[in-house]
Each structure stands twice: as structure tokens, then as C-alpha cells.
Design a protein around this ligand. Structure first.
Ligand code: FE2
Length: 263
């Protein structure tokens, strides 16, 4: 990230509780009440069903232990409070042990429609529901393990695989394309853009192509990758990701389809 954050993640107290102010709870309320009505016909059914399982409160930010109770029941995952940005090794280590790293601060009102950094709304609303799905859970764990086994120079390549699936993935359904990526389902703007705009490319997920495709974190995506089912991710989790990286590196990285970031 190019500039320093003005946000600090909150540390849970000894009982695992994070106190949020009334204003912070109101921001959560506004975000969740805006986003839920936008999901039908845009987010995939698996996500919508998983969101129902999570049963997040609307009037306050859920506590991580509440989120964990549901995740533990379904797949043994949990959420771990971390600063907004952590290094790759810590990130992979957590995923490999079925812990999802989550920033715990919430955006301020002036940033309500867009925040580049992941906040607790993105992490909890966007990421945690699908971790109740065994296929998605298996992929996320395998991804973490591949990260730990990978050479440091391959971290950026692996980051693309996470980016174009867990963060910005689309799913083909009999009713048309739907979103499952956390970056899309937690963003009012990108939820529409990813599915309805004529600007971005949308292509079938080919792991080699994903590994070779650069991205920017501060703009709507210029390309989205589509899976046919979460089985595709489950199958990908069984593959030798390190061997795929080696092949992708030999083939080379694609030229960006987005403008260079202004200095
Ligand atoms: Fe995320």
C-alpha cells in the first residue's frame, strides 16, 4: 500500500471482546442494511445461504467469538484479529491452520462507500460466510499451505490466485453470473460493476492464467475469473500449486490491462 493507514485495528480484551462505539455500530448497521438487499441476483446462492447461517446482528458489529462459534461448527475455521496488513508468511500460516486473519476496525462514515483497506465489514461480512462451505474452506487451507511451501519470490504470484478467487471471483450459474468474492459481495459499487459493466473482461478460471495476471488493489478490477462450481476450487486445492507456479513463471506475466498507478 502506498500511503499510511489512518486506521488501527482493535485488540480484543482478555475475554475476547472488542468494544465498539455507538457510531461504529451505526456504520455497520448502515453497511449491512445497504448491502443485503443488493445481494439477490448478484451474489451466488451459496454465499446468500452461508450469510443466513452466520446470522449477523444488524444493529452492532458482531464479536469475533460469535463468528467463530458458527465457523467452528461447520468447518473448524475461526477468525483471528490482526492489524489491517500482515506479512505473507503470517497470512499463509493462519490460513494453513484454518484461521482467517481479520482487521477489526470499521471504516469511518466519510469512507463508507469505499475503503481500500479491509475493515471488519469486509472481513466478516465478505469473507467469513463462505468459510462454512467445506470446499471453500479446503481451498483456503490448501492455499495457506502452498504459501508456506512456496519460495518468497512466488508470493506475489500466489497472491493473484487468492485475489481472483477468494476476493474477486465470479461463479457461473444457470441463472447467469453471480459473485462469490469477498471484495465484490462487500462492495455496493463493485457488486454491480463486476456483473453488469461492459468494461471488464470476464473469463473462465484457468489457474495458470490467474497466476500470470497482474492486478491493482485500488480500482475496480479489469478482469474477473469465473468458476463453474466451488468444486473447481476444491479440485484446485488438491493440485500441486507450487508446480503450477513454476509453469506460470516460465510462461511469464501478462501485461497489465489497467493504467499504471499515478505516483
Ligand atoms: Fe479481503
Amino acid at each position: 500500500m502506498g500511503k499510511l493507514s489512518t486506521y488501527t485495528s482493535k485488540t480484543p480484551n482478555a475475554k475476547g471482546f472488542i468494544p465498539y462505539s455507538e457510531e461504529e455500530n451505526r456504520v455497520w448497521h448502515e453497511l449491512i442494511s445497504t448491502q443485503i438487499p443488493m445481494l439477490p441476483g448478484r451474489a451466488c446462492d451459496d454465499y446468500v445461504r452461508a450469510l443466513q447461517l452466520m446470522d449477523f446482528p444488524h444493529d452492532r458489529i458482531p464479536q469475533l467469538h460469535e463468528v467463530n462459534e458458527v465457523l467452528m461448527d461447520y468447518t473448524g475455521w475461526s477468525v483471528k484479529a490482526v492489524p489491517a496488513l500482515i506479512d505473507f508468511t503470517s497470512f499463509f500460516q493462519l490460513l494453513a491452520t484454518r484461521q482467517f486473519p481479520a482487521a477489526t476496525f470499521i471504516r469511518r462514515r466519510e469512507d463508507i462507500s469505499y475503503l481500500q483497506e479491509p475493515d471488519v465489514f469486509h472481513e466478516v461480512f465478505g469473507h467469513t460466510p463462505l468459510l462454512t462451505d467445506y470446499r471453500f474452506a479446503a481451498f483456503s487451507e490448501a492455499y495457506g499451505k502452498a504459501g508456506l511451501a512456496a519460495n518468497k519470490r512466488d508470493h506475489a504470484m500466489l497472491a493473484r490466485l487468492f485475489w481472483f478467487t477468494v476476493e474477486f471471483g465470479l461463479l457461473r450459474t444457470p441463472d447467469g453470473l453471480r459473485s462469490y468474492g469477498a471484495g465484490i459481495v462487500s462492495s455496493p459499487g463493485e457488486l454491480i460493476y463486476a456483473l453488469e459493466s461492459e468494461i471488464p473482461a470476464r473469463q473462465q478460471l484457468d489457474p495458470l492464467e490467474v497466476l500470470r495476471t497482474p492486478y491493482r488493489i485500488d480500482i475496480y478490477q479489469t478482469v474477473y475469473f469465473i468458476i463453474n462450481s466451488f468444486d473447481d476450487l476444491f479440485d484446485l486445492a488438491q493440485q500441486d500449486l507450487i508446480a503450477l507456479i513454476t509453469r506460470a513463471r516460465k510462461l511469464g506475466i501478462h501485461a497489465p490491462t489497467f493504467p499504471a498507478k499515478a505516483a
